[in-house]
Design a protein around this ligand. Structure first.
Ligand code: SF4
Length: 735
């Protein structure tokens, strides 16, 4: 893409922040982005944008942003050195040599790829094939593991496939909206606007909000359930207990379309209202109200996010909520069903291409020999390895233990975003070779890179993303990448071809001047569309079949999967016929047994610390942190506490406090917040870097809240517990 100087253009694309997946129109002049506005024709947002989306053009062009872009490949001779520029050819040869040597000496499982829910589907596809099809390791995982893997496991366990059965339009048809573990007002603002509209249009609509924190989302609720951290399974089992007792379930639906309720009944029999009220910290009458509204509303829609997912009981929490929908037949009709909201713009696309350590292309399972054989045939490789790959937490633990020796990290910042930062940073230090493929030079992870590869970013990339409602949208470039930055898919393909030749022993160098596929390469791609077409073919006959879509069709309008060949449109809702993608066509109740928190509060660590998003910031702030106006909402990090807890500890607003868990300690100002429950605390996830103090022994920049969080994870989904860590909070001594 080389627009003529001064040429004014408008480019349809997609917002790169949250999983709502709003359509945007990028205005540009020459190679400069000049504006952004909501796409009135995009079915996710109909022209609306939130504060983050509407300032995209400013973050893209802010002077600070331009200073922080990586513009050419850089290499460090020694850790701690200033990186020095080198050409792309030398950089990728260096990477190829280093990976080939480690693979040759220690086997394919000695390397790992850690990628991102902010990559496009095409980028994801190449990395997945590179690891599983070429290198021969399943050590490819993503920061979506921190975001969505419990939702994946919950859907598969109960409904038989990783497919949200609902759509945004269901908000307009629901009689009851049950929001749990989601600060929708901040994390998915445009969806929240739709909920506000639905509320205004339908005075009979009941909204239940359930969360330990009384966030802005609570403001729209008719009923707020201030649940104790980690007790969601007990709550959902208790609601089912009441529904069964009161006769509010739908026996005909259960008999015709489900299995497994008898075992679950035995479990929920003990979840009496008295017990649930006591464990969850909720009034009994509120439990009855919530159960009644959920079960007897004409249509109940559940919206949920990290409060369920980021937990050592993540899969059970998801499944226990879906159990309620199955028991009450609140699924498969307009306005009803369980609807997991994706945090990142393309967490769904990563799941679709199987870009996680336990998945394969098109929702296939690595553990299924038939699925491995199908993918091997699709890719034209002898086999796909059967050994499970390392998931996010496992991958960094394995690197810290010396088992994984080379890491390729693309479009994510684990040195800030992963839990238990001491272990993650030890892993990055110990790894023999670390490649960081990034648009920005300012992420903490860049400090650990032996090789930095400059990548393109929003406004520059071509491809597709899938939002929370299974809708695939095009991402289009308005301007070319700056400097020598290249697209993520192109970097991965170039490296893959070099490694392919190196591992196969074929001597001929890649002829970039001819810019044509290497003969017999597994990676014969010349553009993102050629990658997407291969991905599309892999979905044929699968639950997410998109063989009826094309880039050209998606250019006209975003489409929801499935849309098999011959279909004229995608499917808004799933399971309307009551048939589920399981061997017997029935959904399964999961026998969800409540497990207390893995790290309970105790006398030395008496507070339950939770983390979350702010309205105007995104992840590690490499983009939103460049714009002053986005600090107008919240200017600096703090730990929020209940005013009563502050009084008990003689803390005043703004006092500096040490917040300490078993893993680390940080210093932040304290802020009184009635949103936070007693014995609880909240720190936003966005700040890291120099501000917060923490593990400074390495000389690297310091960690944020993830110095405190735990890497304990759900045994099924391997998603870590970012919503609770037991901490103590003590006033810091001034020097
Ligand atoms: Fe972007 Fe999400 Fe805001 Fe939409 S709601 S504009 S996708 S951040």
């Amino acid at each position: 893409l080389r627009p003529a100087q001064g040429e004014r253009r408008e480019t349809r694309s997609t917002c790169p922040y949250c999983g709502v997946g709003c359509g945007v129109i990028i205005e540009s002049q020459g190679v400069q982005i000049t504006g952004v506005r909501g796409d009135p024709d995009h079915p996710a947002n109909f022209g609306r944008l939130c504060t983050k989306g509407s300032t995209l053009h400013l973050t893209a062009t802010a002077p600070v942003t331009l200073q922080t872009r990586l513009l050419q490949p850089m290499r460090r001779e020694h850790r701690g050195d200033k990186p020095r520029p080198l050409g792309w050819d030398a950089a990728l040869e260096f990477a190829t040599e280093s990976f080939a040597q480690i693979i040759g000496e220690h086997g394919p499982d000695a390397v790992g790829f850690y990628i991102s829910g902010q990559l496009l589907t095409e980028d994801y596809y190449v990395f997945n094939k590179l690891a599983k099809g070429l290198v021969g390791t399943n050590n490819v995982d993503t920061n979506s593991r921190l975001c969505m893997s419990s939702a994946v496991a919950g859907y598969k366990l109960t409904l038989g496939a990783d497919a949200p059965p609902t759509c945004y339009d269901d908000v307009n048809h629901a009689g009851c909206i049950f929001i749990v573990g989601s600060n929708t007002a901040f994390a998915h603002p445009i969806l929240f606007r739709r909920i506000e509209d639905a509320r205004a249009a339908n005075p009979a609509l009941k909204i239940v909000f359930c969360d330990p924190r009384k966030t802005d989302t609570a403001g729209i609720a008719d009923l707020y359930l201030p649940i104790q951290p980690g007790t969601d399974v007990m709550l959902f089992n208790g609601l089912l207990h009441i529904m069964l007792w009161e006769g509010w379930t739908k026996p005909e639906y259960i008999a015709a379309h489900t299995t497994g309720l008898d075992d679950l009944k035995a479990t929920v029999r003990d979840c009496t209202p008295d017990l649930v009220a006591q464990v969850c910290g909720i009034r009994k009458e509120d439990l009855f109200t919530a159960a009644k509204w959920f079960a007897t509303s004409p249509a109940t829609l559940s919206l949920y996010c990290q409060g369920l997912n980021q937990s050592t009981s993540g899969t059970a929490k998801n499944a226990a909520l879906i159990n309620l929908h199955l028991a009450t037949a609140q699924i498969g009709k307009p306005g009803a069903g369980p609807f997991s909201l994706t945090g990142q713009p393309n967490a769904m696309g990563g799941r679709e291409v199987g870009g996680l350590a336990n998945l394969l292309s098109a929702h296939r399972d690595l553990s299924d020999p038939q699925h491995r054989a199908e993918v091997a045939a699709l890719w034209g490789v002898a086999s796909v390895p059967d050994k499970p790959g390392k998931t996010a937490v496992e991958m960094f633990q394995a690197a810290a233990d010396g088992e994984i020796r080379a890491l390729w990290i693309a479009c994510t910042n684990p040195a800030q975003s992963m839990p238990d930062q001491n272990t993650v940073r030890r892993a990055l230090e110990r790894a023999e070779f670390v490649v960081v493929q990034e648009a920005f030079s300012t992420t903490s992870t860049c400090d650990y890179a032996d090789l930095l590869l400059p990548a393109s970013t929003w406004g520059e990339k071509t491809g597709t993303v899938t939002n929370s409602e299974r809708r695939i949208s095009r991402v289009n470039p308005a301007v070319p990448p700056p400097g020598e930055a290249r697209h993520d898919w192109a970097i991965a393909v170039d490296f893959a071809r070099r490694l392919e030749r190196r591992l196969s022993g074929r001597p001929e160098p890649f002829d970039r001047a001819r810019d044509r596929p290497v003969e017999r390469s597994l990676f014969p791609y010349t553009c993102p569309e050629s990658i997407w077409n291969e991905h599309r073919e892999s979905t044929r006959g699968r639950d997410l079949d998109i063989t009826g879509m094309s880039y050209a069709l998606l250019e006209k309008t975003p489409l929801q999967w499935p849309m098999p060949e011959g279909a004229t449109q995608g499917k808004a809702r799933l399971y309307e016929d009551g048939v589920f993608p399981t061997p017997d066509g029935r959904a399964s109740f999961a026998n969800t047994v409540y497990q207390p928190l893995a790290e309970p509060r105790e006398s030395r660590y008496p507070f339950s610390l939770t983390t979350g998003r702010l309205r105007d910031q995104w992840h590690g702030m490499s983009r939103t942190g460049t714009l002053g106006r986005l600090f107008g909402h919240v200017a600096e990090p703090s730990v929020q506490m209940h005013p009563q807890d502050m009084r008990r500890r003689l803390l005043a607003e703004g006092d500096l406090v040490h917040v300490t868990s078993k893993r680390g300690s940080i210093v932040v100002p304290v802020q009184a917040s009635p949103e936070v429950g007693l014995n609880q605390a909240f720190i936003a996830m966005h700040w890291g870097g120099d501000y917060l103090g923490g593990c400074s022994s390495t000389g690297h920049r310091l960690a944020g809240v993830n110095a405190l969080t735990t890497s304990a994870y759900c045994p099924s989904s391997k998603q870590p517990e970012l919503k609770h860590a037991a901490v103590k909070i003590l006033k810091a001594e001034l020097p």
